[in-house]
Design a protein around this ligand. Sequence first.
Ligand SMILES: [Mn+2]
Length: 363
Amino acid sequence: MSERVKKIYANMDEEVDMIVIANHIDPHLDQAFFYITGYETGLFESSYAFLYPDGECEAVVSKLEETSARKGNIPIEVPENRQEYEDILRRKLKGAKRIGLHFFGLNHSRFKSIESYSSGSEFVDCTKALNKARAVKDKEELKRIRQACAISSKVAGSIPDLLHEGVKEYEVAAEMEYRMRRLGADCISFPTISSFGKNTAEPHYTAGSDALKRNEFALFDYGSTYKRYVSDITRTFFFGKASQEEREMYETVLEAQQIGFDSIEAGKRMCDPHNEVAKFIDKTRFKGRFIHGLGHGIGLSVHESFVGFMPHLEEPMEPGMVITVEPGVYIPGHGGVRIEDDVLIKKDGVDILTDAGKEFMEL
Ligand SMILES: [Mn+2]
């Protein structure tokens, strides 16, 4: 019996005979599969998880990850060959009239095979129930997220040592990623944003080959994954001597982030912190320069659905949600500042999980 499976069913609006979560080929793997199984290692291409209304679940995995799967506590079947694989899937789906599927995470080609293994079943989208279950983290999930945050925070502290005139964006990114791995990260949680000068004004820049020059911003947005759970952090530094306006940009974003933290409260709407921060920034000389949502949910994915500090999310904040708080201001052609931390919402306040320093730093 799995608490997570029970939680998913508790969030379902419709009845189904079973929920089927199916991986395709990397990178089309469904994070929901790992939410259900909890597997720490292994790729799990073409694997399946079957979830039943009584809270039971089982998985079909290949021999390639059998050892990793045996460490979990759900029953597995490991087919010997292609024929056996298809027979198992047909047997599991047999007689199911209504099957719940994760429409958001399911590859279309994998869906076609599920359809072919089933016999006239009706398919129901269970994306919402899965998202709701994943929104509130349990103890094991928090343990992993905390460790991912600790690794990323530690690397943030060493970024200033990596910055010198002429160093390239990709060189700093490579060094940061190496350090995360050395500290025990599984991998990076998304392509590292390592940006200098005018590139810092583009929130979703990645890392190019620009060399660091004096008197410009250097912004790093990155994260590590620990046992599949991510962290996401941004720090901005000034290389050289900042102008009054550049310093003000930084101080405004830092203050905005504090306003964000202060507006987080279980029970209030998820859009409230965003609205407070946007209102504050729009009263400064950087009016209109905050061009994205204040934060997104994190967990197995860097951008988790349903959770976040976004203007369109009116559902209440709940204890156990983990969300980023990342205000920024961007001046195209010149530069940008963003400061990002990951917070855990608690019954009474917040726990800031990324603890790297963020005082304005001129290097
Ligand atoms: Mn982020």
